[in-house]
Design a protein around this ligand. Structure first.
Ligand SMILES: [Zn+2]
Length: 150
């Protein structure tokens, strides 16, 4: 696959052929096949910061952090969706998705707080107690109960 950094609809390499066809309902093809491919081919080459371990942190084994995997997946999926908007898609993706999630991921107190670019260390897990029975009723039970209000 060729690296097509910044590929949004209406740009030189992205065009309206990727927009959903209202007649046959086909979904547009993905540019990247996975969150990991997106991370290495699109996100990291464009979102460059000084990851010095003090003002910004990243884990060399980022894939052991469920939050990081979920956020990178969200960044990939939102990028694939917003690239189809050639007008404001790129700006919205950077402002609402990349800037937000990367700020959280790179935060020295974020998910990689215990790691660095040489060593992964499992984070300390919260171990809260469960509330007494009945304090948090199952919302699915009440949602299926018919209401008499009309
Ligand atoms: Zn780690």
């Amino acid at each position: 696959m060729s690296v097509e950094i910044g590929l949004f609809a209406g740009t030189e390499n992205g065009n309206s052929q990727d927009t959903p066809d209202p007649v046959d309902g086909k979904q547009p093809e993905l540019v990247f096949g996975s969150a990991e491919e997106f991370l290495f081919e699109q996100l990291l080459p464009t979102y460059v910061r000084d990851v010095d371990g003090r003002s910004a942190k990243w884990c060399i084994e980022w894939f052991f952090h469920p939050e990081a995997v979920a956020r990178v997946e969200a960044l990939w999926r939102s990028w694939e969706h917003l690239r189809l908007d050639g007008a404001t898609g790129a700006s919205v993706w950077w402002r609402d998705h990349a800037d937000h999630h990367m700020r959280v991921l790179l935060d020295p107190h974020g998910p990689f707080y215990n790691c660095d670019m040489k060593t992964h260390r499992d984070p300390d897990r919260l171990d809260p107690r469960r509330a007494p029975t009945g304090w948090f009723p199952d919302a699915r039970d009440t949602a299926s109960t018919p209401t008499a209000v009309r």
